[in-house]
Unconditional design. Structure first.
Length: 169
């Protein structure tokens, strides 16, 4: 049901990249609810204490899931966007480099955190998010994504983590 709401945008953000746009899914309340429900079914809520979402679309999906399950939400944002003390992790993208940050008090030692994003491509973003959680003493209980681009082999960067995706391209 939700796959029909994923739009392919050719040559974005640069030539040769085919972007999977979830904006139509976000704009349809039934599809959004379905996507969040399916993400919620990937992992047992008893196995994690909180949900972290990767900026920006992981915020939407992870935040909605956290609300639905009554779990705390942890934002992992691009560098310079969080207002309190942070730690930073840099990573490579399919088309460049970037950095993400987390508040230093967002994860307590021993916390089990479910990491959510909209897309798994090369694995760099999720790997950076996991590294931040672990640097604060937390444990990544799993990684859930709406879309996985299998041909980019992002799972290989995430060995040792339980990774589940709703859709594979």
């Amino acid at each position: 049901m939700i796959k029909k709401y994923i739009r392919e945008v050719l040559n974005f953000p640069r030539k040769g990249i085919n972007y999977r746009d979830i904006t139509p899914l976000l704009g349809n309340s039934e599809a959004l609810r379905g996507a969040v429900d399916i993400l919620g079914e990937l992992f047992d809520p008893k196995d994690y204490d909180s949900i972290a979402g990767m900026e920006a679309r992981g915020f939407i999906l992870g935040g909605a899931l956290a609300y639905e399950l009554g779990k705390p939400f942890i934002p992992i944002r691009k560098a310079g966007k969080l207002p309190y003390n942070t730690i930073r992790e840099s990573y490579g993208l399919e088309y460049g480099k970037d950095s993400v940050e987390i508040h230093t008090d967002a994860v307590r030692p021993g916390d089990r955190v479910l990491l959510i994003d909209d897309l798994l491509a090369t694995g760099g973003t999720l790997r950076a998010g996991a590294t931040l959680i672990e640097r604060l003493g937390g444990r990544v209980a799993g990684m859930g994504v709406l879309i996985e681009l299998s041909e980019l082999k992002g799972r290989e960067k995430l060995n040792g983590y339980e990774v589940k995706s709703v859709l594979k391209y």
